[in-house]
Design a protein around this ligand. Structure first.
Ligand SMILES: [Zn+2]
Length: 143
């Protein structure tokens, strides 16, 4: 894999297909921002999980403007603001984040661009971001 990332910009509400499985509007900020940013590395990690599990991925939160991120209490340095993060779920088929996580192999994820992994059990979603790794490790937290 190339060690580079690039940010793609899309018009909000556009139905552009990005990669095989996603559309740019799935990553729109819900505050009405005219633009949506999506990192190619993030798209790559989400696509690998989609292919590995053969399950649809529902993006709950992708790009966020700094204003929107602040309004919803997001971390001040949230990678959502850079188009480098997504909160997602497989949907109603799974009851808990732990159940979701069973379908994701740590070793497998280590081979991807994943930099941050947040497990939000009470809200039943997983946060992926492609922040740079420190000491080669994926940063994991429970929300
Ligand atoms: Zn997130």
């Amino acid at each position: 894999m190339l060690n580079s990332d690039s940010l793609r910009v899309y018009s909000a509400q556009s139905n552009n297909r990005i990669g095989t499985y996603f559309r740019s509007k799935e990553f729109d900020c819900t505050d009405g921002s005219p633009y949506t940013f999506v990192s190619t590395k993030l798209l790559s990690v989400l696509t690998l999980i989609r292919v590995k599990t053969n399950l649809p991925i529902y993006i709950m939160s992708g790009y966020r403007t700094p204003e929107y991120n602040s309004k919803i209490g997001g971390h001040i340095h949230s990678y959502h603001q850079a188009g480098m993060a997504a909160d997602w779920t497989f949907g109603a088929k799974y009851n808990t984040v732990e159940e979701l996580y069973l379908h994701i192999d740590d070793e497998y994820l280590h081979q991807t661009w994943l930099g941050g992994l947040g497990l939000y059990a009470s809200r039943n979603f997983i946060h992926f971001d492609v922040q740079p790794r420190i000491d080669g490790k994926v940063k994991v937290w429970h929300g």
